[in-house]
Structures are given as C-alpha cells and as structure tokens.
Design a protein. Sequence first.
Length: 177
Amino acid sequence: MQNNTTADAYFGRALTRPPQAIAQLAGDAVHPWLWGIVRFYQLAKGVLLCAHFTGLPVGTGICRTRVFGLHIHEQGDCSGNPPDPFANTKGHYNPSGCAHPAHAGDLPPLIADNGRAWFAFYTDRFSVREILGRSVVVHAERDDFTTQPSGNSGSKIGCGIIQRADTSRICGSQHIL
C-alpha cells in the first residue's frame, strides 16, 4: 500500500473536491481572445492554485513559447482607462510589506505554448479568505523578479476577480482541471 502522506496524495485529495474560490480572467480590448481560470483550494497549511489559460499572445518563429507575469493584485476591480484597462487592480497583494518577489501575491511565471498554459502552485503566503475579492492579473511580459516594486512585467493584459466558488455551477457536482 502506498503511503498517503506523500505530496501527490495530499494534493490529489484536495483536487477531489471543488475549489473554495475561482477567478475567471478575460483579456483587455487588445487581447479579447485571452481567457483563463484560476482555482484556489484551501489546504491545512496553505493554498493550492490550479490554472489554465487560452488565447495568450503567441511568439513568432520556431521559438513560439512566451512567458508572462502572473500576480494577485490588491483590488478586485478589473476596470481602468484606455492606456491601462485594469488600472484599478492597484499593486501586487502585499500585506506584509515585503520587497518583490516576496509579495504574497507574487506567483510563478506563466509559460505558454501556442497561446495555452496550465500550472499548479502551492503557497503558504495567504489563505483563500484573505484573497477573496482581490484580482488575478496576467501581464504582457515575464516578471524579472528583481525590479522594484513589481518585477517590470509589462502592461496588464488579463484580469479576473477572485470570488467564492459556486459549487453548483462547477460542472454540476464535479469540477475539471
């Protein structure tokens, strides 16, 4: 019998139930085909995020893979102005005042192939309750993990508000990754 204390078993059990929160992302006017969903699973000592995206900008030539910054932002307001359509998301979620890349809202880079990306990430920097009502933002460029205050990751091209999951709307009683 396999030891059920392994990371695979731990995270696998989390994914057998619906997420506690979801952010559905949409692109700005320049990227209307961008769509994504981030699912948040509260675990005993942290949060598991599972995400997938389609419609991300595609690189050119043989090396078409692109890397994008992905962050949780302070405000759950995906509105703004023409030069910055998601300006009202404000800065990265950073309740402890840490320097970048140690903000609670700093997530790993999103690596896309032909406009599609999938990722899973575990963090203990926040709980699902703390981030409800905030936003998830995709940036046009990769985060350099150095430049202050936010990693020089370019313009905000996609945004979604983190909301408590309505489990009755997640494929009936089941959910998909």
